[in-house]
Design a protein around this ligand. Structure first.
Ligand SMILES: C[S@@+](CC[C@H](N)C(=O)[O-])C[C@H]1O[C@@H](n2cnc3c(N)ncnc32)[C@H](O)[C@@H]1O
Length: 211
């Protein structure tokens, strides 16, 4: 699986760095169609709990806009850690934000997760959507492995989004997962304390899993 994860990391990094170069430091550069949808996703992830005085790890932080969203909503975190496998994204964040003890950005990918400290919550928005030329079977394994790692490095729980199976249009580069499949995996390998939110108007749903 390590060789496959290397391939996935390389292809994902290449894809997002190309998008960032094309569109720059904004929602388009994060591959989103609008800042409204980007913020709607954040809103769903943040339903995980009261984030005041909590530490969070924003996995696949991109340009760190989740941190901006939290500040706009006057949420006072204990600590924010943004990680991304793209050095371009992390360099951008380091320039964009005044780094304090409370805010930290690191270039990291899943294989190096062992160098990462635990936070109350680990969140990820949009990291599982684009598989490009990776087979669905390998991408699924990667998604499951990543979720297990996220859970391991959280103290209280995790939140992430996935594209819904219930679409009229399919793109071969996108990854869709049925709720049945994710729930069955989570219940067997992660935790039975699961919340699924498919109530908002995007082609996706948010999953929250607690310890
Ligand atoms: C769709 S963008 C979303 C960025 C940000 N989360 C947001 O919602 O604005 C996905 C980001 O996740 C990063 N990413 C994807 N897979 C990752 C992984 N396994 N580990 C770390 N970063 C990852 C990409 O480099 C990219 O910056």
């Amino acid at each position: 699986m390590v060789a496959k994860i290397d391939k996935i990391s390389r292809s994902t990094k290449k894809y997002y760095e190309k998008i960032l170069k094309l569109h720059g430091n904004n929602f388009k550069g994060m591959n989103w169609s609008s800042s409204k949808s980007q913020y709607l996703r954040f809103e769903q992830l943040c339903k995980i709990g009261n984030l005041n005085n909590k530490s969070i790890h924003d996995l696949g932080c991109g340009n760190g806009e989740l941190y901006v969203y939290l500040k706009k909503n006057k949420i006072k975190l204990k600590h924010y850690l943004g990680t991304d496998l793209s050095s371009d994204m992390i360099n951008l964040c380091k320039k964009k934000f005044h780094l304090k003890k409370k805010v930290c950005f690191k270039e990291i990918d899943i294989k190096k997760f062992k160098n990462i400290y635990k936070t109350d919550y680990v969140m990820a928005s949009g990291i599982f959507n684009i598989k490009n030329n990776i087979s669905s079977k390998d991408w699924l394994k990667y998604v499951f492995n990543t979720i297990i790692e996220m859970f391991k490095y959280s103290k209280k729980g995790i939140a992430f989004n996935l594209m819904t199976f219930d679409t009229t249009y399919r793109d071969k580069n996108f990854f869709y997962l049925s709720i049945d499949e994710i729930v069955s995996f989570l219940r067997k390998k992660v935790s039975k304390k699961i919340i699924i939110n498919h109530s908002y108007n995007l082609w996706e749903y948010t999953i929250i899993v607690y310890k």
